[in-house]
Design a protein around this ligand. Structure first.
Ligand code: NDP
Length: 257
């Protein structure tokens, strides 16, 4: 029997990209998965993919930048399927801006989604994990959480913050059956990267292949990372035999950052 069978997983941003891949992988292992995001249609599309495989995915509209939405949404998921065993704090936005021209509201928008959002969802799931004496928290940071990303002051600062928060969770709940780890991917083939590829095509008059190559060149192995590679790492961290993996930053970027 799968070690994930019957576990309740809450995955923010689970309707697309990395979050979707982790949601489908956990559902295929028999977990009950609640996926959240702002757009119900994206969530429903993921549920339809899961139905074809294994079922077990449930859609919930929840905006991580809105405290009431996170508090109510998490409570709704817990009421329906029990305490959260596995939480993947994945929702995020990636936008760039030259540092000296960055407006405060742009900075705040990125921080509110990428950092406040992770804080809020983790805060809401921890009491249930403590009650159960078992929990796995995975935050999706980035290589931009480990080094400065040019033109990405807000994004990079938010992702550094996510790693700091993850380390605090690992310290605060150590020995209580709960682990917290950050996955730090390089450029992964997802809608965020596709949107950036299109921007580069327009700005620099490049073909799709050339623009994608420009993005991949920032990964050490000069390839885009595939979502399945991130999902495999998440499954491993969630397992019963990963209880000693705690407070780590796991780079998935084709080489050392
Ligand atoms: P996507 O754009 O596919 O995923 C982002 C998800 O977050 C979407 O499902 C989106 O759903 C959700 N989201 C955004 N804002 C909110 C919000 N306010 N409330 C709730 N959900 C929200 O891209 P990725 O899969 O690539 O990104 C997932 C995570 O991985 C992000 O945190 C990103 O920073 C990180 N990452 C991605 C990398 C990459 O190269 N792709 C590299 C390193 C890190 P909706 O719009 O419906 O709300």
């Amino acid at each position: 029997m799968s070690i994930h069978k019957g576990r309740h997983a809450l995955i923010t941003g689970g309707g697309t990209g990395i979050g979707e891949a982790i949601a489908l992988a956990l559902a295929a292992e028999g977990a009950e998965v609640t996926i959240t995001g702002r757009r119900m249609e994206a969530l429903e599309q993921t549920c339809a993919k899961a139905d074809a495989l294994s079922g077990g995915i449930h859609a919930l509209v929840m905006d991580v930048s809105d405290e009431a939405s996170v508090v109510n949404g998490t409570a709704q998921a817990i009421k329906a399927r029990g305490n959260i065993d596995i939480h993947v704090a994945n929702a995020g936005i990636a936008e760039t801006s030259a540092f000296a021209k960055t407006p405060l509201d742009f900075w705040r928008k990125i921080m509110t989604t990428n950092l406040d959002g992770v804080f809020l969802s983790c805060r809401e799931v921890v009491p249930g994990m403590l009650e159960n004496g078992w929990g796995r928290i995975i935050t999706i940071s980035s290589i931009a959480g480990l080094k400065g990303l040019k033109y990405g002051a807000a994004y990079s600062a938010s992702k550094h913050g996510v790693i700091g928060l993850t380390r605090v969770l690992s310290e605060e709940y150590m020995g209580k059956g709960i682990t917290a780890n950050a996955i730090c991917p390089g450029y992964v083939r997802t809608p965020i990267v596709e949107r950036n590829t299109e921007l580069i095509m327009k700005r620099s008059n490049l073909s799709h292949a050339e623009a994608e190559a420009a993005m991949s060149s920032d990964n050490r192995h000069k390839k885009l990372v595939e979502v399945a590679e991130v999902a495999e790492a998440a499954l491993w961290i969630c397992g019963d035999n990963s209880g000693s993996i705690n407070g780590q930053t796991i780079e998935i970027a084709g080489g050392q950052v």
